[in-house]
Design a protein around this ligand. Sequence first.
Ligand code: NAD
Length: 531
Amino acid sequence: MTTTTQEKPKASPVLAGGPAPDMFRRLAGMPVVTGKRETMVVHSPLTLEPLGEIPKCTEADVVEAVRRARAAQPAWAARPIRERARVLFEFHKLLFRNEAALLDLIQVESGKARRHAFEEIMDTAGVARHYAVRAERYLKPRRRRGAIPLLTVTHELHHPVGVVGAISPWNFPLILAITDLLPALVAGNAAVLKPDRRGSFTALRAVELLREAGLPPEVLQVVTGEGARLGPPLIAGVDFIMFTGSTATGKTIAAEAAPRLIGYSLELGGKNPLIVLDDVDLDQAVEGALRGSFVGAGQVCVSIERLYVQERIFDAFAERFARATRELKLSAALDWSGDMGSITSESQLHTIELHVQDAVAKGARVLAGGRRRPDIGPLFFEPTVLVHVTPAMTCYAHETFGPVVSLYPYRTVDEVIERANDTPYGLNAAVWGSDVRRAFDVARRIRAGSVNINEGYGATWASTDSPIGGFKESGMGRRHGAEGILKYTEAQTISRQRWLPLSAPGDMPYQRWARIMSWLLNLQARIPGLR
Ligand code: NAD
């Protein structure tokens, strides 16, 4: 949470045993500034105590950050890929060596429960390990089939695009600030990161750890401040823009990238469904739906906001799910005791509350939760389960981005697939069922970039070997896997023609050459090994 006032943070430590004020002062010195800058105070959502101040960077700072990154990029790209990959390996080690302090930092800055903060460390380490191991294979020059077998020798090469810009949101301050940059860096790019104001300290700490892991400091620059102010000069200067955030801002980013024809990748919003088939083990489905709906207090792009349950088991499921929701423990403590943490900002809390109030005013019933919990912390909101939600209610189709899930009964599989797909979004979905083949059949008919079977979100997200991203208005491009690194490269084809030219040789009449070529190409089509 931030304000843009000149208010000075108090010297007191934020939460007993949490990160020391010294660390915030050190991190605040990392963003690129070309003069004296105003600052923004960052507060902890857990207590609303100030954590520290970050610079409010300007357009000139962004230009300078891009200039520094561009100057550093050729030397970085010239290093052998194994050397660049070693930095990722080392970063992986440092994440775990600094685990407890990182968990504290993520908790105090985002307000999330420690178990959800740990998911950030696990996932960031997973991505670092994946690209450390696989980058060389993804990027190595490849021999390709030439225009004419034997006569044309073709190679595919991948060059770094140059400088990658990254704009990240607040909800996963570690994962979303840094994991998309790891493949960009190992591919030989330099980068400029603009984290969200509300996750800046965690992002800066991750950058500091990468530098400690051996990344030359100039290769990854950071600017902090207002997105709407820093986005345009960033997009005007870089060679590729990686954006994670709302669909509305994503469209602005795409429009700003268009005049320069730079590539972009957009990871945007969702309204994710979970389908409970009639053959489930109810206890497992309830536990999974609970985790899928309330991870990060529902402020997670891939968390579940729509729960469709087959009508024969609807009442039993709803009763158990509501009971389990009421039993979840909310906690502001920097320990492992909490099942769910705080909402990250007052504005997000306000949106969540409005969605619930609107639904209730129009006839929805609250099965669990539905209220603020100032007794636990200033921005806490109970995990909430709604039934009787109709299209007239805001939370029916709009992303709430909070711990609010609506339960709907359905009759047939065809009907539920149609309802799950009836959204402009297509980010994540989940299917719960005992018959794995049937669940798979349902999964592949859902128009979403990731579909989890017998899990809410984590199975696909953590399968870093496979691309993930959004269908429809949930995104463009993919993260993870080959797509997640090749997008940061320019593909180049180099072909050498040998022995005979690609035209009639010597004084052979063109017509005869054309006949020979037709015969050869038809032969090629008939021989499997040459196709
Ligand atoms: P947001 O779009 O408001 O902000 C995201 C980032 O963009 C922030 O760093 C912000 O400062 C910056 N920004 C804002 N306006 C800008 C502009 N005009 N130009 C350039 N940058 C600008 O999103 P948010 O509310 O912070 O994040 C929540 C949204 O993000 C939700 O819709 C959520 O579903 C989505 N999200 C998607 C993913 C994913 O992987 N698909 C992950 C997390 C969050």
